[in-house]
Design a binder for this molecule. Structure first.
Ligand code: HEC
Length: 215
C-alpha cells in the first residue's frame, strides 16, 4: 500500500479525539487548518473537544506533508528522507495516545513487510525499519508538524538493552532529540519501556488500531 493508494482509499468518517499542544511540535502552520473548528472555537459556549472527520484528517496531512518532510529531512537521518516511499499501514491519520495524543501515520520498509501480519510475523529481521510521522491539531483547528518516531531493528547484540531495536526521535525542525545507545539516549528510554511492555509478544511492535488498519 503506497501513500498514493492511501490517499485514494475511501472509508467511513471516524470521529477522532483532539490533540493538545505539545512542546515538541513545530509552530502552527500558516496554511493548514480546519476551518470548521475555527468557527466552532469562535462561537460562545463551544466545547473545546472536537472531532476530525476522515476527510479533514487526510486533508490536513496532505497539506502539512511537504512541511513535515522538509523538516525531518534536515536531520540527515537516511530513514527520515526515505520513509515516504515505504508502505503505509493506516487508512487515515489516527490519534496515538502513546505519542502525545498526536495524529500519526505508520510506514514500514520492505524488510518490515511482516508488520502487516504482526501476530504471525515473528521477530523482525535486522534492517526492518518502522517510521511514524505525526502532527497535532488544536481545538481551534490549527495544525502543527509533530516529531518523527523511528524504530530500526539492529543486528543481534548491537542494541541488546532495547530488544535489538534502535529508537530515534526526530523533532519537526530536524533536530534529533535522542537515539538508543547514542546521543540523547535518555530521551528515548521511555520508548522501549512502553513498546516492550505492550508488545513483548510481538517483538515490541504494536499494531495500528484495527479500525484504521490497511495492508
Ligand atoms: C506509552 C506507550 C508508548 C511510548 C512511550 C512510545 N510508543 Fe511508539 N507506539 C505505541 C503504540 C500503542 C503504538 C501503535 C500505534 C498506536 O496505537 O498508537 C506505537 C507505534 C510506534 C511505531 C510504529 C511501529 C509500531 O510498533 O506499531 C513507531 C515507529 C514508534 N511507536 C516509535 C516510538 C518511539 C521512537 C518512541 C519514543 C520517542 C515511542 N514510540 C514511544 C506506544 C508507545
Amino acid at each position: 500500500m503506497t501513500r498514493l493508494r492511501f490517499l485514494l482509499l475511501s472509508g467511513a468518517a471516524a470521529p477522532l479525539a483532539l490533540a493538545a499542544a505539545f512542546a515538541a511540535d513545530g509552530p502552527p502552520s500558516e496554511t493548514c487548518r480546519v476551518p470548521r473548528l475555527q468557527a466552532v472555537a469562535a462561537s460562545p459556549g463551544a466545547s473545546s473537544a472536537a472531532d476530525l472527520t476522515r476527510a479533514e484528517g487526510v486533508g490536513l496531512y496532505l497539506c502539512l506533508f511537504g512541511e513535515m518532510q522538509a523538516g525531518y529531512a534536515q536531520s540527515g537521518n537516511r530513514f527520515a528522507a526515505e520513509f515516504v516511499d515505504w508502505d503505509i499501514h493506516n487508512a487515515q491519520p489516527f490519534v496515538s495516545a502513546g505519542h502525545g495524543g498526536r495524529y500519526v501515520n505508520t510506514y514500514a520498509n520492505e524488510a518490515a513487510a511482516g508488520y502487516a501480519r504482526l501476530d504471525e510475523a515473528g521477530p523482525m529481521p535486522a534492517g526492518a525499519v518502522l517510521a511514524m510521522d505525526s502532527f497535532s491539531v488544536s481545538a481551534a483547528g490549527l495544525a502543527a508538524p509533530g516529531p518523527l518516531f523511528l524504530m530500526e531493528k539492529m543486528p543481534a547484540g548491537l542494541a541488546a538493552a532495547t530488544g535489538d531495536w534502535r529508537y530515534t526521535l526526530i523533532l519537526p525542525d530536524g533536530r534529533i532529540a535522542g537515539t538508543s545507545g547514542g546521543d540523547g539516549a535518555a530521551e528515548v528510554a521511555a520508548c522501549h519501556e512502553c513498546h516492550r511492555k505492550l508488545g513483548g509478544a510481538r517483538d515490541s511492535l504494536l499494531p495500528v488500531p484495527e479500525e484504521f488498519r490497511i495492508d
